[in-house]
Design a binder for this molecule. Structure first.
Ligand SMILES: Cc1cc2nc3c(=O)[nH]c(=O)nc-3n(C[C@H](O)[C@H](O)[C@H](O)COP(=O)(O)O)c2cc1C
Length: 203
């Protein structure tokens, strides 16, 4: 028998939805440790483990996140992310009140590079690590949001990221707010397998 038995991964996959409204209850330290540990066991190319994860959960650090996730008001994103804390039509703030934010980066000097093409594996490695973390968080009863829409240059500056670290994504983590609902436009629909999987030949 290989691996732990009885973990209902399908149920976990289907239960997870992006949470865009968080309660202010802090994430317990024990759970923070567990989700980081799940990331530690993720596979990476040649096991180089180039991920570098910044854990942000103080009011000062979270204010920085809010600052580099604030953009000019864009109707498209306001409509898509109905929950974004946008009231004044001047800014869209993609922060959602998350009490814990992980900035997931990789170290360009530490990751595997394809010997012929030179392509770095760090982005892929970091995405797999982040996915492990996200699903462990969900299994612990936490809500998560994967965030790509942030100002990288502002983030680099305010978090003092080393030049060799490439930010890949952020994970917002916390308990969903009492009135949280999965976003009706973004969360529910999945394409049928016939549109995304091809047996033997394309088309
Ligand atoms: C690579 C990636 C980037 C994403 N970036 C954002 C983002 O910047 N802001 C946001 O609110 N949601 C973001 N999301 C969440 C997606 O919109 C969401 O996963 C998708 O609509 C499916 O909904 P579900 O996660 O509830 O199943 C991102 C998800 C992925 C995988």
């Amino acid at each position: 028998m290989f691996g732990p038995q009885g973990t209902d991964f399908m149920a976990l996959s289907k239960q997870r939805h992006t949470v865009r409204k968080y309660s202010q209850k802090p994430v317990e330290q024990e759970k923070v440790k567990k989700i980081l540990e799940a990331g530690r066991w993720a596979p990476t190319a040649v096991n180089a483990q180039p991920q570098r994860i910044l854990v942000l959960n103080t009011p000062e650090e979270l204010q920085k996140v809010k600052d580099f996730c604030t953009f000019g008001w864009k109707k498209k994103y306001v409509d898509l992310a109905e929950e974004s804390d946008t009231v004044d039509h001047k800014h869209i703030v993609i922060y959602y009140g998350a009490p814990l934010v992980l900035m997931v980066c990789y170290d360009k000097k530490a990751c595997w590079k394809h010997p012929e093409s030179g392509t770095e594996s760090g982005q892929t490695d970091a995405v797999i690590v982040a996915t492990h973390i996200m699903l462990e968080a969900v299994s612990l009863g936490l809500g998560t949001a994967w965030i790509s829409y942030f100002d990288e240059q502002k983030a680099r500056k305010s978090l003092h990221l080393p030049d060799d670290w490439q930010p890949v994504c952020m994970l917002y983590i916390g308990y969903p707010a009492d009135d949280y609902q999965p976003n009706q436009k973004l969360s529910i629909r999945r394409k049928p397998l016939t549109e995304t999987c091809f047996f033997d030949k394309v088309g």
